[in-house]
Design a protein around this ligand. Structure first.
Ligand code: MTE
Length: 303
């Protein structure tokens, strides 16, 4: 199955119409009742922020994807060589239906939605990104999470022939991430298969990546090939590299500084040299939705 068939959303949301909807919301365009526009009016989902998204250019040219190098421009430069079709995802561990699932099966029956999320990187910059994706919970429910499962572990593809950054051993490949089960099941947590109404650009984690909007961007692991339900907190790449700087939770928290810099404010990419700095919000602005997950925890300890 081709990516295009999987991403049905792109058929109904061509970018021009998507932009029309944004303009409509901004009051900048006259109301024109075309069928296409009506369908787009059904999106984005209720979980979206109403902040103005960054441009496709910003979103696809300023990336972190160390499999392709450490420069922000490396993913755009080198990720085009990654083969993303065919693609399969191993789902294993404490699940009723473990297996190697073709990407089409992973996406099958999961309602694709547009979700415009704030994205906050630990390096204190941010963007707003219109993802196309579906709730991770939908997939986990379909494969059947067993009672002993407490965490979900994720792994990215290892393919040094196509991922030039993997020739450097500074990260112990594969790139790994993890969530507690309640975080994974939260409706804000999505697996994204596209953005701006189109299939996921390779540099953003094609063909399928995690997006957890209340956590720093590095939790949102790209190009996923394995999802494991486990009973213990799994190792995660940045925690393995530098445990004093990157904890397991990595919730966006303006009150807990990174040991080497403040996390109290952020620079919105694309907002211009002088207009871009803004206060960082607790849980990246998703406090009402997620604070209850951590009610019992000291977030200065569980950072
Ligand atoms: N996933 C993999 N496999 N490899 C990476 O290097 N970088 C993370 C995260 N996911 C990374 C990854 C970091 S540090 C960030 S900030 C985001 O991806 C960047 O996502 P974006 O390029 O789509 O904005």
């Amino acid at each position: 199955m081709k990516m295009r068939d999987i991403l049905r959303w792109s058929d109904v949301t061509p970018k021009a119409f998507w932009l029309s909807r944004r303009q409509l919301i901004a009051g900048a365009a006259a109301m024109v009742a075309t069928p296409a526009l009506a369908r787009i009016d059904a999106a984005p989902s209720k979980y979206s922020t109403d902040a103005e998204p960054n441009t496709l250019e910003d979103i696809t040219s300023y990336n972190n994807f160390y499999e392709f190098g450490t420069d922000k421009g490396d993913p755009a430069r080198y990720a085009g060589g990654l083969t993303t079709d065919p693609w399969s995802v191993v789902i294993d561990g404490l699940v009723d239906k473990p297996g190697t699932y073709d990407l089409a099966d992973v996406v099958k029956d999961q309602p694709l939605e547009e979700r415009i999320y704030r994205f906050r990187c630990v390096e204190a910059w941010s963007m707003v990104i219109p993802w196309i994706g579906f709730e991770l919970a939908g997939l986990l429910n379909r494969v059947g999470v067993q009672p002993g499962a407490k965490f979900v572990a994720f792994e990215t593809l290892v393919r040094p022939e196509e991922m030039p950054g993997q020739s450097s051993p500074f990260i112990e490949w594969p790139y790994r991430e993890g969530l507690r089960l309640d975080e994974a099941m939260h409706p804000l947590t999505i697996l994204a298969t596209g953005l701006y109404g189109e299939p996921m650009p390779n540099q953003n984690g094609a063909p399928i990546r995690l997006v957890v909007p209340w956590k720093y961007g590095f939790k949102s692991i790209k190009s996923i090939v394995r999802i494991s339900l486990v009973d213990k907190m799994p190792p995660t790449t940045w925690n393995m590299l530098q445990p004093s700087e990157y904890g397991f939770y990595s919730n966006v928290n303006p009150n807990v500084d990174h040991p080497r810099w403040s996390q109290a404010s952020e620079r919105r990419i694309g907002a211009g040299l002088f207009g871009g700095r803004q206060d960082t919000l607790m849980f990246n602005g998703y406090e009402a939705e997620v604070a209850s997950l951590y009610a019992e925890q000291d977030l200065a300890v569980d950072f």
